[in-house]
Design a protein around this ligand. Structure first.
Ligand code: ADP
Ligand code: MG
Length: 509
């Protein structure tokens, strides 16, 4: 390390053979004052030469370490243990910077154990510490990034044991990381989605390095469900990861919006379908009704012109009766298509139910028992009387068809005050005051698939002689026109309940 040039300087008198070492080297008195040093050490400690360093050195390690506490620690270690290894100390530089030295030193003692002197070496590890510091900062930054990310990260080993969970997993699931780590990998997956997740993991195992996208439902600690979307990637062969990495984020809100959107679209489609069929049916029924009027008029005229004892009289009367029956069908269609002008008045539903009781008994036959539960003080509703009768008769006829072996039809009325919307779907009644009319049968009931279609015109599960599929679509249209709504509850073999909500009217019946 020494050069000829330096040899001419006076300080060189203090240079020792230690100068040829790569590290800084020193000997110090028991007091800590440096006695000898090589040039490298002198430079490390900011002196131009060993002599300069020795002249400036007074106290123990004062030049060697700029941190007083570390200095005491260094001295204590040397006194107690006699030796220190890789002891890292900061050295302040005249330019304000700090260098880091790694010191190895020992205490040399006399026969009585008294310390004669210290000697040791020092290596400059500033660059290494800087690199370590940078690495630490980087690591901390990545940890903070992962911890503060909304993205949840889970790493599993080849046996699907969880080996890493990002803090966001705890935040989003409600489980503490310790709790979650103890559970099975699939424990928080919605039971219906476990098979899918298993197949994703299987696929990941078979296709290393391929990111596989997924959408599944997860359960929070309180049992509630959330949708997440993410990717699973098999990085078992990546030396730095050696795991199956699953990262995902919450999409519950988006899913909810999508579902709402689909529901609305379906409802709109249904409404449009009803509207279109209604128009068509109304148009046909209107023309048909005009023709019927002509047929029945001419039948009337023919009857009037026939002798009382004519052979054909009975036949013509049959024609007249048939036109009357046909007119009922046409009127049903017109009511459904809302072409008929309804005549609205304030009505007492109890009165209507009582009045058509006789007719209803005939409709339902002897096998079916009719029970009526009429609420006292029932509020009036605003509607067309004959239309409301038609609603009750249509529902009663369906109830009869659903109870071929007999049963009970219960008709009930009630005043209702809904403080909030009854259910979270479009056609459910808003908050307000209603009169409810319920028809409950003990019949065969309906499955989901049938229930979804019953209000569609021409939907029927009955054969051509028994069903037109117009009963419920007419009920639906009449009730809607009166500002109300029709709800139905049913299950196969559990009977059926239709409830009609009509807004309470202000004017007395
Ligand atoms: P239709 O009675 O002519 O078939 P509706 O519109 O009155 O037409 O009824 C449609 C369908 O709804 C019926 O075919 C039947 O499948 C079902 N349905 C209606 N009311 C009931 C009920 N009370 N119990 C079981 N099924 C019913
Ligand atoms: Mg019917």
């Amino acid at each position: 390390m020494t050069t000829g040039g330096r040899g001419s300087q006076p300080e060189d008198a203090h240079e020792t053979p230690l100068d040829s070492a790569v590290a800084g080297a020193f000997q110090a008195a028991a007091s800590g004052k440096i006695l000898t040093a090589n040039l490298i050490l002198a430079r490390m400690l900011g002196s131009v030469s060993p002599a300069d360093l020795i002249a400036a050195s007074t106290d123990f390690g004062e030049r060697l370490c700029s941190d007083p506490e570390l200095r005491l620690e260094l001295r204590r270690l040397l006194e107690v243990r006699g030796v220190v290894r890789d002891f890292e100390v900061p050295v302040e530089q005249t330019d304000g910077g700090t260098r880091w030295l790694s010191v190895n030193a020992r205490a040399v003692r006399d026969g009585n154990g008294n310390i004669l002197r210290y000697e040791g070496t020092a290596a400059d590890i500033t660059e290494r510490s800087r690199a370590e510091e940078a690495l630490r900062t980087n690591l901390e930054r990545f940890q903070a990034l992962v911890a503060n990310s909304a993205e949840e990260i889970v790493v599993a080993d080849a046996d699907l044991k969880l080996v890493y969970l990002s803090p966001s997993v705890a935040h989003a699931s409600g489980y503490s990381l310790e709790e979650r780590a103890k559970l099975d990998a699939l424990a928080t997956v919605h039971p219906d989605d476990r098979a899918i997740v298993e197949s994703y993991l299987q696929e990941a195992l078979e296709r290393p390095e391929q990111p596989l996208p997924f959408q599944v439902r997860l359960l929070r600690v309180d049992g509630s469900c959330r949708w997440v979307e993410g990717v699973v990637t098999n990085l078992l062969e990546q030396p730095r990861i050696e795991g199956i990495v699953i990262n995902y984020h919450d999409i519950t809100e988006r899913k909810r919006a999508e579902e709402q959107h689909q529901l609305l679209a379906a409802e709109l489609l249904q409404a449009q379908k009803m509207e279109a069929v209604g128009r068509l049916a109304g148009g046909v029924a209107h023309n048909f009704n005009n023709l019927l009027t002509a047929i029945s008029g001419y039948a009337e005229l023919a009857l009037a012109g026939l002798p009382v004892d004519s052979d054909v009289r009975a036949d013509v009367e049959e024609i007249k009766r048939a036109t009357e029956r046909a007119a009922t069908v046409a009127h049903g269609l017109l009511a459904f298509s809302r072409r008929r002008v309804s005549c609205r008045e304030s009505l007492d539903l109890n009165e209507i139910v009582s009045e058509i009781g006789m007719l209803l008994r005939q409709v339902i036959g002897e096998n079916v028992e009719l029970k009526t539960i009429l609420a006292p003080g029932l509020k009036p509703v605003e509607a067309d009387r004959s239309q409301l009768e038609q609603v009750i008769v249509n529902l009663a006829m369906n109830a009869r068809d659903a109870m071929p072996e007999g049963g009970t039809l219960t008709i009930e009325t009630a005043n209702l005050n809904l403080s909030e919307q009854l259910a979270d779907f479009d056609n459910s009644p808003e908050s307000g005051r209603y009169v409810a009319l319920t028809l409950r049968d003990t019949g065969i009931g309906m499955d989901e698939e049938t229930l979804a279609k019953i209000f569609e015109p021409f939907f029927t599960t009955k054969d051509a002689n028994h069903g037109t599929g117009l009963g419920l679509s007419t009920v639906y249209a009449i009730v809607e026109e009166a500002g109300g709504c029709t709800l139905v509850e049913s299950q196969p073999n559990e009977g059926t309940t239709f409830t009609i909500y009509l807004p309470e009217s202000d004017s007395p019946a």
